[in-house]
Design a binder for this molecule. Structure first.
Ligand code: NAG
Ligand code: NAG
Ligand code: NAG
Ligand code: NAG
Length: 236
């Protein structure tokens, strides 16, 4: 019995350590990301992620020169109007997070592993993003599903071109709609997308991992002890 307890405790501690590692040791799978995070010496944009990046320096070139019209084949300007510099700056920060951050893995989408699901973005960022883009033009609310595509794979308008403020009601709506289910709007314990210096999201992932690790620990101990107590009660 003692051996089993020691084993469960050891396994649980290992799981906690492992979970804590989960959010910054890996990149999302698929060809949009590197195999694993590594340093990038000469990033043209997304420099906050240079120490352990899931995107290549080469990828960042297309984000570095304003106006950004396309990212790969994906057009940011299907209404044939370039985005305002302030709106574009927010779009770039979101793209940098998705493509370059090593924290995204923690929110890996179980149905589409190269995408993320319900990553908590700070409310202040969402509000600033809405404010910066509200007078810019777009023709889709959900930028994953609401476009048509040309035969070369470039997205085109299916719906009318209108101001962001006509497609989105506020920062919450923008964060929780534009990239499908990727993001949720959250006041605290949330991801920052505009930072320089040490990555503040490493600490968030660490804290959230410890929480889930501790839960696993409690559940596994209970799973061990409850049947054991029943057995003892039965014997006596
Ligand atoms: C943008 O320009 C392209 C090429 O001229 C055209 O095919 C497309 O319909 C235009 N889009 C809108 C929304 O006007
Ligand atoms: C977008 O908003 C601006 C500023 O509020 C306004 O002048 C413009 O007419 C709007 N454009 C459209 C297409 O609604
Ligand atoms: C979008 O694509 C569909 C199917 O190819 C086509 O029938 C439709 O006319 C397109 N809509 C626009 C606005 O181009
Ligand atoms: C990002 O943060 C910097 C420094 O705090 C600030 O100067 C800049 O305006 C911010 N960028 C945006 C688009 O909010």
């Amino acid at each position: 019995m003692n051996t089993v307890t020691v084993l469960v405790v050891a396994i649980s501690l290992f799981m906690i350590a492992n979970a804590a590692h989960k959010g910054h040791g890996k990149c999302l799978p698929g060809d949009k990301h590197k195999e694993s995070p590594s340093g990038e010496e000469s990033m043209a944009a997304c420099k906050s992620y240079k120490d352990a990046s899931c995107c290549t320096s080469d990828f960042t070139k297309q984000l570095a020169t304003s106006p950004v019209e396309k990212v790969g084949k994906f057009s940011w300007t299907p209404c044939n109007n370039t985005l305002s510099p302030k709106c574009e700056a927010f779009m770039v920060m979101v793209e940098c997070f998705y493509r370059c951050s090593h924290n995204t893995y923690f929110w890996k989408n179980p149905d589409y592993p190269s995408a993320i699901m319900k990553a908590p973005v700070c409310a202040s960022f969402c509000n600033g993003w809405f404010d910066a883009c509200k007078d810019d033009l777009t023709c889709a609310k959900n930028w994953i599903t609401d476009f048509n595509k040309t035969e070369t794979g470039v997205n085109t308008c299916k719906k009318p071109c209108k101001n962001f403020s006509d497609y989105f009601t506020n920062g919450k709506d923008l964060c929780e709609s534009m990239w499908g289910t990727s993001f949720v709007y959250k006041e605290t314990d949330c991801l920052q997308m505009n930072f320089t210096g040490p990555n503040p999201n490493d600490d968030l992932v660490k804290r959230l991992s410890e929480k889930s690790g501790a839960l696993f620990f409690t559940v596994s101990l209970a799973a061990l002890w409850i049947p054991l107590l029943f057995t003892i009660a039965f014997i006596y």
